[in-house]
Design a protein around this ligand. Structure first.
Ligand code: CA
Length: 252
């Protein structure tokens, strides 16, 4: 009975695993073709890794260094050529590639058979034949279930576990977080690291805000919020601003 009561009063928070053995990025040393690697990542993590910027590249390489002593030369990431427009690239988790880090002369689509993307230990990318077996990188977006918490309590709880509330820096981040919410059948919004301070919205982990996902139309309270100064991801997969003192998600 008590367990059931506890369950109904749990709420959810997205924590980003920044350091430690449970990293956002996971290096899988077992070589697989691109499609099998994707299946593996979706089963055990969230998806094949994407890379938003140079900082993400550094995080990926750091994860590999911390998780394997194997010397690796190439690893798959979630890059794939858009089948409907072969000049464009997409991420396995959803969304188009906006930041690129191709090695010199790449992507060259050698023998017209290179439709997937890999990363070298120097962080640069190459397109390759999807049937070749390589180790690979998965990404895990963590939804943490806690007793219902205010935004500050959620942040504190994440930081106690050496992580942070997540920042959503791209369309791919947003879609992956939404996927993870759907996996947990969440029916209410989830706190993220979005906070209105000094007249602007900021990410608490210090990430520069470029990508934005406020809903179109509706109330525009987020433009100049008086009370609702903390951000959450809504079930529609967009940002919403809420009262920081509100204890979110009574039922999950
Ligand atoms: Ca190539």
């Amino acid at each position: 009975m008590e367990i059931q009561t506890l369950f109904f009063f749990f709420a959810s928070v997205f924590c980003e695993r920044v350091e430690g053995e449970v990293g956002t990025y996971h290096f899988v040393s077992q070589p697989m073709n691109w499609t099998d690697a994707q299946t593996h990542c979706r089963k055990y993590y969230t998806d094949l890794s994407h890379v938003n910027d140079q900082k993400d590249t550094e995080k990926i390489l750091k994860a590999a260094a911390g998780q394997t002593s194997l010397k690796w030369n190439i690893a798959w990431i979630g890059l794939y050529r858009d089948p409907t427009n072969t000049t464009r690239w997409k991420w396995s988790g959803g969304g188009y590639v906006t930041y690129t880090n191709w090695a010199v002369g790449q992507p060259d689509n050698h023998f017209s058979q290179e439709s997937k993307g890999m990363i070298y230990p120097n962080g640069q990318w190459n397109d390759g034949n999807e049937n070749i077996l390589f180790p690979f990188f998965c990404i895990k977006i963590s939804v943490m279930n806690y007793e219902k918490k205010t935004w500050e309590e959620a942040l504190e709880h994440c930081r106690e576990e050496h992580s942070d509330l997540i920042s959503i820096a791209s369309e791919t981040d947003r879609l992956l977080a939404q996927t993870e919410m759907q996996c947990y059948d969440l029916t209410e919004h989830v706190w993220i690291g979005l906070r209105f301070l000094a007249d602007q919205w900021l990410w608490v982990d210090g990430k520069t805000m470029v990508y934005k996902a406020w809903p179109q139309g509706g109330d525009k309270d987020h433009q100049c919020p008086t009370w609702r100064r903390c951000g959450a991801l809504t079930v529609e997969g967009l940002w919403g601003n809420y009262n920081c003192e509100e204890k979110q998600n009574e039922e999950v």
